[in-house]
Design a protein around this ligand. Structure first.
Ligand SMILES: [Zn+2]
Length: 459
């Protein structure tokens, strides 16, 4: 994207940092909480967690007294390329939402609009405490979208969204199958970074918009490049019914098994309508599910049974999905909603605040194959974390209160003070450190107006 106008970016603050005086939610296997503790970062990694740590000259001290320090939040399913569509696709069922609004809007993207749209969404994620996203991508404009993820500083697993078939899909979104597979591989080659911050995935959108040949090609590419496959499925009953009609009575898991993509370690967004009879196959093929409670409620899709999936040993992560169906990227809200919905479904003692926070940290990392990299504050892991202001009225509690419950049920983006990714401070005192939010907004306003004019919808 050599000729793409991009944000002016300054280098973030990095180096050795000691956060001191805060309450550390380690999110390790024992969910240890350390009060009045310290976290030492060095060369992008967590170097030590504890008290009275040894520090060397030149270490930057960050006062975290009164704050909660926890791993950066992980969102396993987002569409940052739909951030411009916020408020433009309201009150519709899933298939109507896609056909009437989302697909025509996505078809109008080019590299320039995709860049500012994605950067705008990424800025919101960072300011809300999200440090890792798995993004399912867009078709037209995919190059600009990937460049924005790179420039944002987020940790990201991302790829081009693939579609080559389907009723009501605009021609601009439908690619030739072989061409799509070649294009996505070539974009992946240019995206992945050696430090592991950016990695690539193969993203067929869903069964209704992808041919058998595309799924088979995705499976081969996944095997050849060791890239995961990220897709949507079992989201809405109308979608499930349409798949059974199209695929001779097979449901989505049957179909995925037949085309061989279960073997590729499929990451399934939604899974609202998964049943007990699917669990053994999901477990056998090491498939993961990403729960998106706000989007599922807003599109009237249903409530995923997270407790049942976890009892069956299936990794479950959490995601905000997109600005066109959520309508924001505050993962703290998703934690709260996920926990409340499982309490409604299984009883108030079936899903704790800690269970909710795990979905967006340690278990969220496991769902994306990142459990050795991020998701807990442990020595050797990447220094991705968020610092919340615990002195605000809504976060204040007696010393006996479990801080996991405070994060799950009281926290939201407004307490986010500092955010680090790979040891680099990308948010300081609630502000982005590397680029000017106002500049992104100015560019986004200009760019979204042009995109809406191009899309051909009479709003
Ligand atoms: Zn989605």
């Amino acid at each position: 994207m050599n000729d793409l106008p991009r944000i002016e970016r300054s280098e973030p603050r990095s180096g050795t940092v000691l956060m001191h005086g805060g309450t550390v939610l380690t999110m390790d296997d024992d969910a240890r909480v350390l009060r009045d503790a310290e976290v030492l970062l060095d060369r992008g990694r967590v170097a030590a967690v504890g008290r009275a740590l040894t520090v060397f000259p030149g270490t930057r001290l960050v006062d975290a007294r009164g704050c909660l320090i926890l791993p950066g939040l992980i969102q396993g399913h987002v569409h940052l390329g739909q951030t411009f569509f916020r408020g433009l696709a309201e009150s519709r069922h899933l298939l109507q939402w896609l056909g009437d609004r989302i697909w025509p809007l996505e078809a109008a993207h080019d590299d320039e609009s995709a860049y500012w749209c994605t950067l705008w969404g990424a800025a919101e994620c960072l300011l809300s405490g999200t440090t890792t996203v798995q993004d399912i991508g867009i078709g037209p404009g995919a190059g600009g979208y990937l460049q924005a993820l790179d420039d944002s500083g987020l940790r990201a697993i991302a790829g081009m969204c693939l579609m080559d078939a389907g009723e009501g899909v605009p021609a601009a979104l439908l690619g030739d199958t072989d061409r799509l597979l070649a294009d996505t591989e070539s974009l992946g080659d240019g995206f992945e970074t050696t430090d592991g911050r950016l990695s690539y995935s193969i993203n067929p959108r869903f069964i209704l918009s992808c041919s058998d040949e595309l799924w088979q090609g995705a499976r081969s590419l996944a095997a050849r490049r060791s890239w995961p496959i990220h897709t949507h499925g079992m989201e809405h009953q109308a979608e499930c019914e349409a798949v059974r009609l199209l695929k001779s009575g097979r449901d989505e898991i049957d179909y995925f098994e037949d085309v061989g993509v279960l073997e590729a370690g499929l990451r399934l967004a939604h899974g609202v309508w998964l049943e007990e009879r699917h669990h053994a196959r999901l477990q056998q093929y090491r498939m993961s599910v990403v729960h998106c409670p706000s989007a599922n409620l807003k599109l009237g899709s249903g409530i995923a049974d997270v407790v049942a999936l976890q009892r069956a040993g299936i990794p479950v992560g959490l995601g905000c999905d997109g600005a066109a169906c959520n309508n924001d990227f505050d993962a703290f809200e998703e934690i709260r909603l996920a926990a409340l919905l499982q309490k409604l479904r299984h009883g108030p003692d079936a899903f704790s605040g800690l269970d909710g926070v795990r979905l967006a940290t340690s278990l969220g990392a496991q769902a994306l194959g990142l459990e050795d990299v991020v998701g807990s504050l442990e020595v050797g892991k990447r220094a991705d974390f968020v610092v919340l202001d615990g002195r605000r009225p809504e976060m204040w509690a007696a010393a006996q209160a479990d801080p996991h419950d405070l994060v799950a049920f009281s926290a939201n983006r407004s307490q986010v003070r500092h955010v680090f990714v790979e040891g680099e401070q990308l948010v300081e005192d609630g502000h982005l450190t590397c680029f000017d939010l106002e500049e992104i907004r100015r560019q986004a306003e200009r760019s979204v107006a042009a995109l809406v004019a191009r899309c051909g919808i009479d709003f």
